[in-house]
Write a new protein. Structure first.
Length: 391
């Protein structure tokens, strides 16, 4: 055995799934549209085979890609981070997490208000995270009422100015909501604390102090299976928030992709016979949701520049998987996630069952491949694409 590294580039879709029209995402193609709009060059992704997955204007296919390549089909209903990461880990949802396109029902708001000791909230409807503090921030300063909002995803989000509600208090409020309000039929995927700062006309979200309170995943998942088999597991980025109550061997939250990449390179020097689960969030949180196509392109180029260093630290028996959890096309005018296929790059190519892994029927094929790599018995969903005879 060696180490298995799984890197999720958040919000990097490669084209609308066949059911995307049910989600309002027909025509979405995050990577394709970013490349077409910006003509960004990704030479190291190109060498791995990114341009072999789908046609890309600025990333041509490679004649001899260094990674096996394909794309992933999400079989669970939904298009949020929790659903995507859980399915990667072998969990298939039969029913989507609840969403609230008209805002939360009165009983939810009342229960939240009673529990935290306020008489009312502001907003209570789907909203962009940057726009909601612009439109409600000043009223929040005047009334001290928390701003509660949602999106197309299954989220209950609470935004408060740090001068009105200290961050620790905001976390307490969100933890109360997670444990006592957003449960049962209202069991959203995530309750998210969104602190912000600044003055009217110049409010800014404090992204590094955002905190997600995820619903607890079923026991039978990739991380628990490995932990129960004695495999050490490491989480970098928001992974620990998406897998609530799972005792990772070690976790490191990050404030940016640069920090996430740095943490990955650091941990690669120390681990052996371990699983490292990484989320790089900036493509989604900083650029996709804010419709910043050129910022998204620059973010991809930042990751591209790190690929040689990452591959350079791999040992002979290690594997590296690059993928995503959903789409977030900044060119469509929607600030929400998109129901898209996601890319799959599996390095080195000779450890895969085929150089062209085609379209996988479920994200769970990734989790199944990782437990197969560690030779751990399991009954996770999915089909491994590891070729043991070639590994």
């Amino acid at each position: 055995m060696g180490n298995a590294y799984l890197v999720v580039i958040d919000g990097l879709g490669v084209g609308a799934q066949e059911d995307a029209h049910y989600y309002g995402d027909d025509g979405s193609n995050t990577l394709g549209h970013v490349c077409a709009t910006t003509e960004c060059k990704l030479p190291n992704f190109e060498k791995l085979g990114l341009g072999n997955i789908i046609p890309l204007d600025s990333v041509p296919p490679h004649e001899k890609p260094a990674a096996a390549y394909g794309k992933m089909h999400e079989s669970s209903p939904g298009k949020d981070s929790t659903t995507g990461h859980w399915e990667i880990a072998g969990i298939k949802l039969e029913h989507p997490f609840p969403t609230y396109n008209q805002g939360f029902p009165r009983e939810v708001i009342n229960k939240f208000c009673e529990g935290i000791g306020v008489d009312e909230v502001l907003c209570n409807k789907p909203y962009s995270g940057t726009e909601v503090i612009k439109d409600y921030g000043e009223q929040h300063l005047d009334t001290k009422k928390p701003i509660v909002y949602t999106s197309a995803d299954s989220v209950f989000q609470v935004a408060c100015h740090v001068d009105i509600t200290p961050v620790d208090k905001l976390y307490d409020w969100c933890e109360f909501a997670r444990k006592n309000v957003m449960v049962g039929e209202h069991g959203v995927g995530r309750v998210i604390a969104r602190p912000f700062e600044g003055e009217p006309g110049n409010f800014r979200r404090i992204s590094e102090k955002r905190h997600d309170f995820s619903i607890e995943p079923p026991e039978n998942n990739l991380v628990n299976v490995l932990l129960n088999a004695g495999i050490k597991t490491y989480a970098i980025g928001k992974i620990v928030d998406l897998f609530s109550n799972i005792p990772f061997t070690q976790y490191r939250r990050t404030r940016s992709n640069a920090e996430g990449i740095s943490q990955l390179l650091s941990i690669m020097e120390a681990v052996e016979n371990s699983f490292v689960f990484v989320n790089l969030i900036d493509t989604d949180q900083v650029y996709g949701h804010r419709l910043d196509t050129f910022g998204y392109s620059e973010c991809l180029q930042e990751i591209d520049r790190a690929i040689p260093a990452i591959i350079g630290k791999l040992e002979e028996d290690d594997i590296l998987i690059l993928t995503s959890d959903h789409g977030n096309d900044p060119t469509t005018g929607s600030t929400d996630h998109a129901r898209e296929f996601t890319p799959l790059l599996f390095y080195p190519d000779h450890k895969a069952s085929s150089i062209n892994l085609c379209t996988r029927s479920t994200f769970s094929d990734i989790g199944k491949t990782i437990v197969d790599y560690f030779k751990v018995e399991n009954d996770l969903n999915g089909q491994s694409f590891l070729n043991q005879s070639r590994s």
